[in-house]
Write a new protein. Structure first.
Length: 113
């Protein structure tokens, strides 16, 4: 059974930073692309950033230059460093193994003064 557990969310002021972590159980992690999604109230879930097993990355236009996705295959973990946060980044952030139905439970990020 594959499990993904996110952590690191919270309340931060505009312009601040947060680092989200996703810990994965199971041996498939290192062979799969990973991604972070987010869902704001009343909006559809959207892809924020993705990283392949080899480390290639891509980002939503709205977060380019502010967010950085990374992974540590030895620790079965993927991270999302979020800088220069804006109120519109407020959402529940989810970790996902791409091209599968494996999702984490989500972690709330709130950007507000």
């Amino acid at each position: 059974q594959v499990q993904l557990v996110e952590s690191g969310g919270g309340l931060v002021q505009p312009g601040g930073s947060l680092r989200l972590s996703c810990a994965a159980s199971g041996s498939i992690f290192s062979f799969n692309a990973m991604a972070w999604y987010r869902q704001a109230p009343g909006k559809e879930r959207e892809l924020v950033a993705a990283i392949t097993s080899g480390g290639s990355t891509n980002y939503a236009d709205s977060v380019k230059g502010r967010f950085t996705i990374s992974r540590d295959n030895a620790k079965n973990a993927v991270y999302l460093q979020m800088n220069s946060l804006k109120p519109e980044d407020t959402a529940v952030y989810y970790c996902k193994i791409r091209y599968t139905d494996y999702w984490g439970q989500g972690t709330q990020v709130t950007v507000s003064s």
